[in-house]
Design a protein. Structure first.
Length: 191
């Protein structure tokens, strides 16, 4: 396995992975970099410092994705309660890829979402963000209903409780982030 180096995302840099290999000219060592978002979108070409572009093999893609998964997991589980600041510092851009159902969150994070859009529902112990997240089939009524990003307060602590129907705090979706989906696809192709 190549020795990969994880470069977490920031305002200035995109989340990426770099690795060394011997270039095509004189077998000179060079560093190649793959942007994680581009890899997740299907771009399988890594630009290298010597001007070459290499096409990644399925094995390399699987290794890189697995490496990113381990690095993200380390970042995601490092902070409790999770805050807006810890999310930004994580370098993981999408809310769904950093926050997990059941995560304790700060009141400042809840305030951020409360001020982002007018809430769909809000009371002392619950906030549902203003825009629907998805539509899901309600097994009780057999009708499709919108879900909303929901935070609930219990025993003085705020938690992200998932994507819930209006005025409810039961998560209604199983979210597979882009990284998990890409890993699932690469495993299907490998077997």
């Amino acid at each position: 396995m190549n020795e990969y180096r994880y470069l977490k995302g920031s305002e200035e840099h995109r989340e990426s992975v770099e690795f060394d290999l011997c270039g095509s000219e004189n077998n000179t060592p060079t560093t190649c970099v793959i942007d994680v978002d581009l890899l997740l979108c299907g771009v399988e070409i890594a630009p290298c410092g010597n001007g070459d572009d290499i096409e990644l093999t399925q094995k390399q893609i699987a290794e890189i994705l697995q490496f990113v998964k381990v690095e993200r997991e380390r970042i995601i589980t490092a902070t409790t309660p999770k805050s807006y600041e810890s999310w930004q510092e994580s370098g993981i851009g999408q809310f769904e890829e950093y926050f997990r159902v059941g995560d304790e969150v700060t009141e400042e994070l809840v305030d951020y979402f409360m001020n982002l859009l007018p809430p769909t529902f809000m009371n002392y112990g619950m906030l549902q963000v203003g825009e629907p997240y998805s539509s899901e089939l309600d097994p009780d009524t057999n009708k499709w209903k919108y879900t909303y990003t929901t935070f609930a307060k219990s025993e003085g602590k705020w938690k992200y409780v998932g994507e819930c129907f209006y005025k409810q705090n039961i998560n209604r979706i199983k979210y597979l982030d882009r990284l998990e989906l890409a890993l699932t696809e690469i495993k299907k192709e490998a077997y």
